[in-house]
Design a protein around this ligand. Structure first.
Ligand code: UDP
Length: 306
């Protein structure tokens, strides 16, 4: 199998490339490196089964040779990144998804869209099931990401229905692990870098908002199982264990024996609660995360030390 991974030099994309190479597949990694990094893939550059193409999937591209599967992961994904790059975020979710679907159609390849828990917006229901339609502000600062991913889901289903493309959609909840950029602005890299520097951990708002954190290797295993399934409707992938941001800060402070936090204002439209209902993934894929937060944080911290 020859697999195209858009966003393959990003945090999740690069782990996915490693996993697929390990399984013996040929991998084409496509990335424009605006939030991804060549550092994430440098260990694969000499591998004959790996090919890197520097390209923005928001612009059309012809890739010679057969392609059996397209995994569309390209997009800024941290709230700080997509606030800095709102137009690129909208373009990659809309035009990038259209182009990636076009390649899938031309090559008769299967297609998997990396969507997000952000399609649920600031959810009024918890935990979030795939059947929930969400509560999204269409014009707020997060809308560039939320709405482009909602569009991406819609166009993926349209290609599935109209062109009979063999598609899959996953909704990824908060994921963390090695290769997150130290300055990407998300809470896990922020807290780890702050603790390592002996600085206070910045808690936005009261810290009572919740998130559920999935370690990246658990997520990648889930993605592989979705690739092997033939389910076309969205599937949530994430760790259902829910923490408040205050609890996360306590956990980080405990492992660093450091003990101070500072409060900053809560960003607009910051979701108050987020917890995936993963009963569908459990039932269809026999998948659930194995790595608990304490263990995953420990593994992540080790890679932030260098
Ligand atoms: N957050 C925080 N301090 C930080 C960074 C983030 O308290 O230094 C909070 C943020 O307001 C949100 C949660 O942590 O409620 C998760 O934020 P993140 O940026 O990781 O991603 P999100 O889940 O909002 O997409």
């Amino acid at each position: 199998m020859r697999i195209l991974v858009t966003g393959g030099a990003g945090f999740i994309g690069s782990h996915l490339c490693d996993f697929l190479l390990d399984k013996g597949f040929n991998v084409i990694c496509l990335d424009n490196l605006i939030t991804g990094s060549k550092d994430n893939i440098k260990h694969n550059l000499k591998n004959k089964k790996f090919k890197f193409i520097k390209h923005d999937i928001s612009k059309p591209i012809t890739i010679p040779g057969k392609i059996d599967f397209i995994l569309h992961f390209a997009s800024p994904a941290s709230p700080v990144d997509y606030a800095d790059l709102p137009i690129q975020t909208l373009k990659v979710g809309a035009l990038g998804t259209h182009n990636a679907l076009g390649i899938a159609k031309a090559k008769k390849a299967k297609f998997l869209l990396a969507s997000t828990s952000e399609v649920y917006g600031d959810p009024l229901l918890s935990p979030q099931k795939e059947s929930y339609w969400g509560n999204v502000n269409p014009v707020g600062p997060r809308s560039c990401y939320d709405e482009s991913k909602r569009f991406a889901e819609a166009i993926t289903m349209a290609y599935h229905r109209m062109h009979k493309l063999d598609t899959r959609i996953i909704r990824i909840f908060n994921t963390y692990g090695p290769r997150m950029r130290k300055n990407d602005g998300r809470v896990v890299p922020n807290f780890i870098t702050q603790a390592l520097a002996g600085k206070p951990l910045t808690i936005y708002g009261k810290g009572t908002q919740t998130r559920s954190f999935c370690y990246v290797s658990d997520l990648v295993e889930g993605i592989y199982r979705v690739m092997q399934s033939n389910h076309h409707d969205p599937i949530n992938l994430g760790n259902p264990h829910e923490f408040t941001i205050n609890e996360l800060a306590k956990l980080v402070m405990r492992s660093f024996h450091s003990s101070f936090t500072v409060h900053r204002s809560l960003p607009q439209d910051d979701p108050k609660q987020r917890k995936p209902d993963i009963s569908k993934a459990k039932r269809l894929l026999k998948w659930e995360p194995k790595i608990q937060l304490e263990e995953g944080l420990c593994r992540t911290v080790k890679t932030f030390l260098g």
